[in-house]
Design a protein around this ligand. Structure first.
Ligand code: NDP
Length: 250
């Protein structure tokens, strides 16, 4: 059985639903105090009620970069420290390249990359002072191979993998591990929007997924738990596909 040290404090962005909720659920059930951040108060409240007293919902639009230093400071003041950061919040847009405006492109890059950088910087400052910490970033199959109609999303997830490696080497001497999970096609609101109503795309996804089915959010929750556990203490800078074989499928 995987174990994580008790009484750790984690932040999971986008923890109110989908993959983030499954990660938070796994953390809480292993005694990790987990702050979930999202924009939708109702979703956060429901998640908080489900996960119980170790789960602490915080409603904040992370796109507001100026608010992030204060947000992290408040979390540290309340919980004493941050041991784990999961940069899970993300947005997607499916549109032909020629129809994507500069503003739309920047909006995806802002949420999926700039927020991850700014939040990590703030959290890393406190992790450096503590001499340890674990960060997990979330990539995608869109950074493993070419997928049409997701130009900004692909750029953002490729950036996430580069940042993961850069952070991992710079922060390893300071006791901080940084890894990335690359989920395959996981059944959430995001994949539903991308696949439902597009039979051809869904068929293409299935035909190159050797396990023949979508993943469950809990599959990513298990991988995240491993990466924050003592069992992964010598693991840093990796991109771990959790994808039913999709990334290596024919
Ligand atoms: P969902 O759309 O279900 O969830 C995304 C979460 O991100 C929501 O909880 C949302 O919170 C939060 N979020 C988005 N923007 C912001 C913001 N500005 N501030 C705060 N929170 C924000 O997606 P998934 O669970 O499917 O995706 C989670 C991660 O996994 C993403 O990074 C995605 O790119 C990645 N991924 C997903 C795959 C899939 O097949 N589902 C495949 C590969 C990667 P709220 O609703 O409260 O605003």
């Amino acid at each position: 059985m995987q174990t994580a040290s008790p009484n750790k404090v984690a932040i999971v962005t986008g923890g109110g639903g989908g993959i983030g909720l499954a990660i938070a659920e796994n953390f809480v059930s292993h005694d990790i105090t987990t702050v979930i951040i999202g924009r939708n108060q109702e979703k956060l409240n429901a998640a908080g009620a489900d996960l119980g007293p170790l789960c602490h919902p915080v409603c904040q639009d992370l796109d507001d970069l100026a608010a992030l230093p204060g947000l992290i400071q408040q979390i540290i003041t309340r919980f004493g420290r941050i041991d784990i950061l999961v940069n899970n919040a993300g947005i997607n847009q499916k549109k032909e390249l020629t129809d994507v405006s500069d503003l739309e492109f920047q909006r995806i890059l802002h949420t999926n990359v700039s927020v991850v950088f700014a939040l990590s910087r703030e959290v890393v400052r406190s992790m450096v002072a503590a001499g340890n910490g674990v960060i997990i970033n979330i990539s995608s199959m869109a950074a493993q191979y070419g997928i049409p109609k997701v130009i900004a999303y692909s750029a953002s997830k490729s950036a996430i993998e580069g940042m993961t490696k850069a952070m991992a080497v710079e922060l390893a001497p300071k006791g901080i591990r940084v890894n990335c999970i690359a989920p395959g096609f996981i059944a959430t609101d995001m994949s539903e929007k991308a696949l439902n109503g597009d039979a051809e795309r869904k068929q293409k996804v299935m035909s190159r997924t050797p396990m023949g089915r979508l993943g469950a959010p809990a599959d990513i929750g298990e991988a995240a738990l491993y990466l924050v556990s003592e069992g992964a203490k010598y693991v840093t800078g990796v991109v771990l596909p959790v994808d039913g074989g999709n990334s290596i499928g024919f």
